[in-house]
Design a protein around this ligand. Structure first.
Ligand code: INI
Length: 173
């Protein structure tokens, strides 16, 4: 058996992306923003199709992502932040709320929201995930955003096509 496989293309032209990024640990989140912008640009996004919204900390990512999603101007949102366990007793609350909240925004609004938040036990681990050794989570989140917006638009047009078939050929479908 060879089932039909649906996959989003890695082509960013024609889509609008919002990056919402935390200022906490900004020497690292700035690297995530750079990684995300470079990633989007490398896939064909134009300068005016990408906007960055800064928030105080990762806890605020979901609420601002929600506002952006409700505004209806962007096809995808990329949430970026760095939460380091060693630095805070409320690591679990901040990281947990950021992850849960970002997921809820995506589910409740229908606008895809990428989780580009580095959660690390140590500063060294965090540095390694922000473009030094083990990749750049901002770049990865940008790749995911482009793939997902293309998959969403494919799914939308398949639905429209199905609706058209149902109307035009009710006896067939
Ligand atoms: N926010 C982060 O993004 N990373 C952290 O490591 C962090 N620490 O360590 O506390 C952090 N805290 C701030 C938090 O996100 C909120 O901005 C703050 O609680 C105000 O709501």
């Amino acid at each position: 058996m060879k089932p039909k496989v649906h996959r989003g293309k890695l082509a960013a032209e024609g889509f609008k992306f919002a990056i919402v990024a935390s200022r906490w640990n900004d020497f690292l989140t700035s690297k995530l923003i750079d990684g995300a912008v470079d990633g989007l640009e490398s896939l064909g996004a134009s300068e005016d199709s990408v906007e960055v919204f800064m928030v105080p900390g990762s806890f605020e990512l979901p609420s601002v992502a929600r506002k952006i999603a409700d505004g209806g101007s962007f096809d995808a949102i990329i949430a970026l932040g760095v939460v380091i366990r060693g630095e805070t007793a409320h690591f679990d609350y901040v990281a947990g709320e950021a992850a849960k909240g970002v997921g809820q925004v995506a589910m409740q609004t229908g606008v895809p929201v990428m989780f580009g938040v580095v959660t690390a036990n140590t500063l060294e681990q965090a540095i390694n995930r922000c473009g030094v050794k083990a990749g750049n989570k901002g770049y990865e989140a940008a790749m995911a955003a482009v793939e997902i917006v293309n998959l969403y638009s494919q799914l939308g047009s398949e639905k429209q096509e199905q609706g058209f078939k149902e109307k035009a050929f009710p006896h067939v479908v």
